[in-house]
Design a protein around this ligand. Structure first.
Ligand code: NDP
Length: 255
């Protein structure tokens, strides 16, 4: 009974940005829980290679490479899923980018790129998934936020703005779609060891500051997101709507 609640057998999960990083770790967790995977990234070869590795490990996986800022490509991908009889039961809006510089130096184009990649993409892909989940009267949407969904830090203004938007987009999806058996929630990862943070990992000053701030006194490993992701993707969370669960080693709890 307890493990059945978390079983994803027979479910198909589209995880954007799952060719590497946190998306890949979440996809691995879903595969172990029995889900079929749709692996995404902008680099088609990398996405297909990742899908191939999942298949070699005995899981069901296909790749669908598209840029999450390309609305036409997103619409086309969902039309292809429809034509192939692939229903997305679980959507994880994970793909994202970071861009660091002082607020006064950001160009409007740089601002837009971060907002479109981290926030507008979740709206467009969420809309395409939602349209198809509503008639089925079930579905799971997990948007990936950040500590930036709650707090700001110097040099990441568009990212913080986008991730704050993710928290409220999640609520917007929840209030419209909960009545259709769809649960939309978010995960806010703390500082996790991925390519995106390479510049911070190798900066001793930043590391000293971080270790003084994180109650757990360490960086997070990508696979530490898996438990929250499976919870929100599974029948264990059928009455959980519009929440952001922070997986951050206690950082948001600390003064
Ligand atoms: P990575 O840079 O390690 O991986 C990014 C993934 O997203 C890759 O698979 C990449 O694929 C894909 N991607 C990037 N841009 C696009 C795009 N335009 N369209 C489709 N796919 C794209 O990032 P992380 O794993 O660290 O981050 C994943 C998410 O988690 C992001 O939303 C990030 O903001 C969030 N996050 C990360 C934290 C961390 O500590 N790492 C903390 C809090 C939140 P490809 O190379 O093929 O384009």
């Amino acid at each position: 009974m307890s493990t059945a609640l978390f079983d994803l057998s027979g479910k198909t999960a589209l995880v954007t940005g799952s060719s590497r990083g946190l998306g890949r770790a979440i996809a691995e967790g879903f595969a172990r829980a029995g889900a079929r995977l749709i692996i995404n990234g902008t680099d088609a070869a990398r996405a297909e290679a990742a899908a191939g590795e999942f298949r070699a490990a005995g899981h069901q996986a296909l790749s669908a490479a598209f840029d999450v800022t390309d609305e036409a490509a997103i619409v086309q991908a969902f039309e292809r899923f429809d034509a192939d009889g692939v229903a997305v039961d679980i959507l994880v809006n994970n793909a994202g980018i970071q861009h660091r510089k002082p607020l006064v130096e950001f160009t409007t184009d740089e601002w837009r790129k971060v907002i479109e990649t981290n926030l507008t993409s979740a709206f467009v892909i969420g809309r395409e998934a939602g349209k198809r989940m509503i008639p089925r009267q079930r579905g799971k949407i997990i948007n990936i936020g950040s500590l930036g969904s709650e707090l700001a830090r110097p040099t990441i203004a568009p990212y913080t703005t986008a991730k704050g938007g993710i928290r409220n987009l999640t609520r917007a999806m929840a209030v419209e779609w909960a009545q259709h058996g769809i649960q939309a929630n978010a995960i806010g990862p703390g500082y996790m060891l991925t390519d995106m943070n390479q510049a911070l990992v190798s900066n001793p000053d930043f590391n000293n500051w971080l270790m003084s701030r994180i109650p757990a006194k360490r960086w997070g490993n990508p696979d530490e997101l898996v438990g929250a992701a499976i919870f929100l993707a599974s029948d264990a969370s059928t009455y959980v709507n519009g929440q952001t669960i922070y997986v951050d080693g206690g950082m948001l709890a600390a003064m």
